[in-house]
Ligand binder design. Structure first.
Ligand SMILES: NC(=O)c1ccc[n+]([C@@H]2O[C@H](COP(=O)([O-])OP(=O)(O)OC[C@H]3O[C@@H](n4cnc5c(N)ncnc54)[C@H](O)[C@@H]3O)[C@@H](O)[C@H]2O)c1
Length: 296
């Protein structure tokens, strides 16, 4: 019986995962090493609840109850102590995740399910550092979590049928549509999406067309709701780069090599929406999509 959920990492994904579980009646412990990130996450959740309130998707009581179910922690031990399920949504870095899962395996009781929201890192490898690899699974939510229906459920090599069924059922309780996939680099979503984003960046890098032109072709020509460069900004350019590196290393195929322009942008600190600049520039309060100065 899953009642208490610990979410680790309170960035783009962690705040959305915490929001979604709390809205569906689960008690949520949100953990981050960075206290400012926790404060920012709570403010983002409040803003998103207000948006839902305005649209009539929840009422005032629903907002109050959802917020009351979320507690924040900077200490992993305290935050994970009562968990029936842990969902790790920390930075997309292999060493960070392996260290976290090793710690969680020591903190949590044997029956606790340890899930990762990783976009690309091997669930089998993460599971291998824990004491109960059968209880480790991928629960890959999409951004923005309260809105997007898909949850990619990733079975590691050792994940049990029982744990897989529990997580598939849990995703349905959250009113999501889960899809079960096996554990190979990038799973399904990012194995297909990231090469497209990388190709869009190469198309810009090689001067074939500008930012707006590339995104317009894909929006109007392929009926994508958002162009690939805007989507990359939205996902986070650092996250895109990290996933491409995993695909490149995992398959050993040069077709996944990250575009040098993407590498440069991340190195220079232009990581997309979260830093205010990527292929577009983002000003708080403005909904206009303005191409970054560098690409004008
Ligand atoms: N951004 C997306 O669109 C998206 C979509 C699906 C999955 N993901 C995956 O979700 C995960 C999180 O991505 P994000 O975009 O939210 O990242 P983010 O950079 O917005 O947030 C990561 C947070 O993790 C915290 N953190 C780092 N190490 C930690 C630790 N040891 N303990 C606790 N907190 C720690 C950081 O302080 C930060 O607040 C990644 O694995 C990513 O691949 C991202």
């Amino acid at each position: 019986m899953i009642k208490n959920v610990t979410v680790i990492g309170s960035g783009t994904m962690g705040n959305g995962i915490a929001h979604t579980f709390a809205q569906h009646g689960f008690e949520v412990s949100l953990v981050d090493i960075n206290a400012d990130a926790l404060a920012k996450a709570v403010q983002t959740i409040i803003n998103n609840l207000d948006r839902q309130l305005k649209k009539g998707n929840i009422d005032e009581q629903g907002k109050t109850d959802t917020l009351a179910r979320i507690k924040t922690y900077t200490d992993l031990q305290q935050g994970a102590a009562n968990a029936n399920l842990v969902i790790e949504a920390a930075t997309e870095n292999r060493e960070t995740k392996l260290k976290l899962f090793k710690q969680l395996s020591e903190i949590c009781a044997d029956e606790v399910i340890l899930a990762s929201n990783t976009s690309s890192i091997s669930i089998t490898e993460i599971a291998a550092v824990t004491q109960n690899p059968g209880n480790v699974i991928g629960m890959h939510f999409m951004n923005p979590v309260p809105v997007m229906k898909l949850v990619e459920v990733i079975r590691g090599y050792s994940t049990t049928n029982e744990v897989t069924q529990t997580i598939m059922q849990l995703a349905k309780t959250l009113e999501k549509d889960p899809v079960e996939v096996n554990d190979y680099p990038g799973f399904v979503a990012n194995r297909i999406l990231m090469p497209m984003i990388n190709e869009a960046i190469y198309t810009l890098f090689e001067g074939v067309a500008g930012v707006q032109e590339i995104d317009t072709v894909m929006k109007l020509g392929m009926a994508h709701p958002m162009g690939p460069l805007q989507l990359a900004d939205f996902i986070g350019l650092d996250v895109c780069l990290a996933i491409l590196k995993v695909l490149h290393d995992g398959f050993g195929n040069p077709k996944y090599a990250p575009c040098p322009l993407l590498v440069n942008m991340v190195t220079a600190g232009h990581r997309g929406v979260k830093t205010g600049s990527g292929f577009y520039k983002y000003t708080a309060g403005s909904k206009d999509l303005v191409v970054a100065d560098k690409f004008r």
